[in-house]
Design a protein around this ligand. Structure first.
Ligand SMILES: *[C@@H]1O[C@H](CO)[C@@H](O)[C@H](O)[C@H]1NC(C)=O
Ligand SMILES: *[C@@H]1O[C@H](CO)[C@@H](O)[C@H](O)[C@H]1NC(C)=O
Ligand SMILES: *[C@@H]1O[C@H](CO)[C@@H](O)[C@H](O)[C@H]1NC(C)=O
Length: 186
């Protein structure tokens, strides 16, 4: 009995060290902040047979009576690529895509409600995280909550900062790049 006690202590000590090591390994796996770019090209509804039209977003609903101020009631569905740079030319820069909807939900300002899930993989962190929020479209920076995730983002919360950093009409479609900074807490 007397010499079992040190053995028990040694085993407990070993278990403690192992659990600390795995906690540290897990803590390292959690992202604190990500920065990336999102590309969006909105389909041109007055030029639907555009042979060069390559779009990532379509108008999928609108109010029964149009036009409404600030396009109130419009709903767009999108599947937008994410990139480390403001370019889609190099496949190595791709870090996934974001899918969801934005709806014109303001009657006194151009306001967009966002419901979207990022499927993200930069080879260090991989998983999904979901954003739910509403913001005035022309605010230089828009903030929205991150409400949860899966994979390396499981059980996250966070705040996303979003800015439009580029806008142009290309092949008669409106193309934009947005920059995102996302801060996570677990
Ligand atoms: C993330 O991307 C890397 C590199 O392409 C790949 O090896 C890995 O399987 C991907 N992870 C997930 C969870 O898809
Ligand atoms: C993200 O953070 C960088 C560095 O702090 C800053 O230059 C950039 O404007 C921020 N972008 C957004 C969308 O907040
Ligand atoms: C749609 O395409 C037409 C024809 O090229 C162009 O005149 C118009 O500005 C485009 N509208 C949008 C919203 O891109």
């Amino acid at each position: 009995m007397a010499n079992r006690v040190p053995l028990v202590i040694a085993v407990l000590g070993l278990l403690l060290v192992l659990s600390m090591v795995s906690t540290i390994a897990e803590a390292k796996k959690k992202p604190k902040k990500l920065s990336f770019f999102m590309f969006i090209a909105v389909q041109n509804n007055s030029f639907l047979d555009n042979p060069n039209g390559q779009f990532t977003a379509v108008l999928s609903g609108e109010a029964p009576v149009t036009p409404q101020p600030f396009a109130f009631g419009n709903l767009h569905t999108f599947d937008n690529p994410l990139s480390k740079t403001m370019s889609l030319a190099n496949p190595a820069d791709r870090v996934g895509h974001v899918q969801g909807w934005y709806g014109n939900c303001g009657q006194s300002a151009l306001t967009l409600c966002l419901t979207q899930t990022f499927a993200y993989n930069d080879s260090v962190y991989a998983g999904t995280f979901s954003l739910l929020g509403s913001g005035v479209a022309f605010d230089p920076v828009k903030y929205a909550p991150i409400v949860g995730g899966t994979g390396d983002f499981a059980f996250c919360r966070g705040v996303a900062e979003q800015s439009r950093v580029f806008n142009a009409f290309v092949n008669s479609e409106e193309n934009s790049w947005f920059h995102y900074n996302v801060t996570f807490k677990f």
